[in-house]
Write a protein that binds this ligand. Structure first.
Ligand SMILES: [Zn+2]
Length: 734
């Protein structure tokens, strides 16, 4: 770990900051009240972010006073403002740094910074280095990205621009000077770069030479993750980007020790920069997932929050949401329905994001979003003390793995890796089980000790050391649920002879995979000795068999006479209809392994139950996924919510309170937006466990604005929420 989390380090930086606060360099440019003047870091202060992304002609047409007034009315306490990169919005003196043609003698960026400082807002500057004009091309053709065929790359959306190389001198030299100039002139609290990490593979002379010097190899011309050059490139590219991050951060801190470089980066299993390293480097991060597109459930923004938090821990994470459409056609200057914007932002808030609205273009052509954000931010402002979370109280976590997506999933990562996680995610939402996510490179006790259950949805690629950490988690009393090919590959996606976790599963790999099963089923088994079924089959009492998944790993049980609650009914013909009857009515082939190992429990499904659930959403699979968690947890939930509808339930601890968020996802547009209207839920019964030793002093419903009638028994509170329109928060003061 870096020293960033070390309080003594923060203190040192503060002292250094104070010592040079009078330096003439820092007095240059517009500043009224700087967040850096406050003691300590600024990172934890902002709760409501505002971003105005200027377009080139805004300096001539946008209404500065309107925007500053809107920031004030929304109680926004931090702003991200467009400064430079492909277009400069201030009078830059750096050669080739293109000034907006509409800037004239003005300083649009400086005016906004000065206004925001008067509102006591944190201010970070936005740069965008991904594109450059013809004069840059003419002066430094080597700064431009090169395609595999050797052609320099024109911008795909605007042919006036060229795409720049992220890993060469354009970023390392030119953008370093731009960054330094912005921080020197305006003493901003940070620089946030959009599209700083390149736009796909670059074959320019710098990339070719630097990669060869680092690896002895030529740049790969394949996307096969098992190709040695591709693997070397993937690692080298990340090192180069982290080098760039450290360079810009270091130069920024030399000018303003309280300021930071904050890249627009991060994400889940499909993101391409190592989240473990990002979590070490970043004191604050922003999840740039602006809205839904295509088929995406309304809980997706909460998932972003969980993925970022897995790496960031308690450090603040902004959740960027757009007021506009976020589809492939990129109507960036559009406005979505109010309920869609609101629900997206609320699910982020319920999951710990600090909301950040973004608007592209300062000249408004559709004002319908303004009251939506103002209303939302007003509520957030009034309830801020219940939103300053210290820790989630969830006891369950889904593990995600970038190395599994990269080296095992490759080009099929979405189907082979992410769809498994999405399926388990949906099942936990339906079951109203509060949960977190965990990064697979952070399976040490400091990151997982707060959990009782870790879920591995086809986390195929795990190192021997990671398997050791999982084993230690179970021997310490933790429980594990794993599916499909979990641990069958090493961290580079190379298949092992047997599962890395075979001893936990009580099963070994039997050498083959049934990649696509057609018309296969599962027998629900009853224990012959007791006449009872395993609790993992709860809710399926009236069923003898259910549908199987689509893909299964062939396994060999370690136990000579295994008792599995689910056994295989192999595929049989599904046509002609006359032939649709089982050829093998029953087998002893286990399709789930359930084991008690000391205080820990292990559930292993050798098939793709989670992925199939995402594809088919069969209710029986959802019950199995839920029951597996309930049985593995073997303890009461931190919060139980019963009543009709679909809710995202999260539970949090603050300094002297706890909260339960309930986001109402009950909507015909839950899987595909935009939401037209909210459908109020019928009454919900909530029972929450108080943390040990805490007594409830006061209980409120922060949205309904009422004090509910509460029953307190054995450290638990029970209450009824009459109805939830979009969101409710049960807040308990200690
Ligand atoms: Zn390059």
């Amino acid at each position: 770990m870096t020293g960033m989390n070390d309080p003594s380090c923060n203190r040192r930086e503060f002292l250094r900051n104070s010592a040079i606060a009078g330096s003439p360099l820092l007095l240059a440019g517009a500043r009224a009240v700087s967040a850096a003047d406050a003691p300590g870091d600024w990172f934890d202060r902002p709760m409501r972010w505002a971003q105005l992304t200027l377009v080139e002609n805004d300096p001539a047409t946008y209404d500065l006073a309107f925007w500053l007034d809107y920031f004030k009315r929304t109680h926004s306490d931090a702003a991200c403002l467009s400064a430079g990169g492909c277009v400069a919005y201030y009078p830059t003196k750096i050669p080739l740094h293109y000034r907006s043609k509409w800037l004239g003698a003005g300083d649009a960026f400086g005016d906004l910074v000065a206004g925001c400082r008067k509102l006591n807002m944190v201010v970070i500057a936005r740069t965008d280095p991904h594109a450059a004009h013809q004069d840059v091309y003419d002066a430094h053709p080597d700064w431009i990205a090169v395609e595999a065929n050797g052609q320099k790359r024109r911008h795909w959306a605007d042919p006036e621009f060229w795409v720049t190389c992220a890993l060469g001198p354009y970023n390392f030299e030119f953008m370093t000077e731009v960054t330094k100039e912005i921080v020197s002139l305006y003493k901003v609290d940070g620089v946030f770069s959009n599209r700083w990490a390149g736009s796909g593979m670059c074959y320019c002379e710098h990339c070719r030479q630097n990669f060869r010097a680092a690896s002895g190899l030529d740049l790969p011309r394949t996307n096969n993750p098992q190709d040695p050059a591709w693997r070397a490139y993937n690692e080298w590219r990340q090192q180069r980007l982290f080098e760039l991050w450290r360079l810009w951060d270091g130069e920024i801190r030399k000018i303003n020790p309280a300021a930071r470089y904050i890249p627009n980066t991060g994400g889940g299993a499909l993101s391409d920069l190592d989240m473990e390293k990002i979590g070490e480097l970043a004191p604050i991060l922003f999840a740039d997932r602006q809205a839904r597109s295509g088929l995406a459930p309304s809980w997706s923004n909460g998932k972003n929050a969980k993925e970022y938090r897995a790496a960031m821990g308690p450090k603040p994470i902004g959740g960027i949401f757009s007021v506009g459409e976020e589809e492939a056609y990129r109507w960036k200057d559009s406005v979505q329905s109010g309920p869609e914007v609101r629900l997206w932002a609320l699910d982020g808030v319920a999951n710990g994001l600090r909301p950040w609205f973004t608007k592209f273009s300062g000249t408004l052509r559709d004002r319908r979003w303004l009251p939506v954000v103002e209303d939302l931010y007003g509520w957030l402002y009034r309830n801020e003390r219940y939103l300053r979370n210290e820790a989630p109280l969830a006891r369950v976590a889904i593990v995600y793995s970038q190395q599994t997506a990269t080296y095992y999933g490759g080009a099929q990562a979405r189907a082979k890796v992410e769809d498994h996680a999405l399926g388990y995610y949906q099942a936990l939402i339906e079951a109203r089980i509060p949960f977190e996510m965990v990064h697979d490179r952070l399976l040490d006790p400091a990151h997982v000790a707060q959990f009782k259950v870790l879920i591995f949805p086809n986390i195929a690629a795990l190192s021997t050391a990671q398997c050791g950490q999982i084993r230690a988690f179970v021997s310490g009393g933790g429980s594990v649920i794993a599916t499909h090919e979990t641990s069958l590959y090493d961290e580079w996606g190379v298949r092992r002879a047997d599962f890395g976790l075979a001893d936990l599963f009580g099963a070994s790999f039997d050498g083959a995979l049934d990649a696509r099963m057609q018309n296969s089923y599962l027998t629900l088994e009853t224990d012959r000795a007791t006449g009872k079924r395993h609790p993992i089959l709860a809710g399926l009492e009236d069923a003898e068999r259910i549908i199987n998944g689509v893909s299964r790993v062939q396994t060999r049980p370690h136990d000579a006479s295994p008792k599995s609650p689910l056994t295989l009914i192999p595929s049989y013909p599904d046509l002609p209809m006359e032939e649709v009857y089982p050829r093998v009515a029953k087998t002893d082939t286990p399709e789930v392994y359930v084991r008690e190992l000391g205080k820990g429990r292990v559930v292993y499904f050798p098939w793709d139950i989670d992925r199939t659930f995402w594809e088919i959403l069969a209710v029986d699979h959802g019950k199995l996924l839920r029951n597996a968690v309930e049985w593995a947890a073997n303890e009461p939930r931190p919060v139980t919510v019963t009543g009709p509808g679909l809710l995202d339930v999260t539970v949090w601890r603050q300094k002297s309170s706890m909260t339960v968020h309930l986001v109402n996802l009950t909507n015909p547009m839950m899987m595909k937006g935009p939401i037209r209207e909210f459908i109020p839920t019928p009454p919900q019964q909530v029972t929450l466990r108080l943390p040990d030793g805490q007594r409830a002093r006061k209980v409120q419903l922060l949205v309904g604005g009422v004090t509910p009638r509460v029953r307190e028994t054995n450290g638990s509170l029970s209450l009824t929420i009459p109805s939830i329109l979009d969101h409710e928060v049960v807040a308990v003061d200690f």
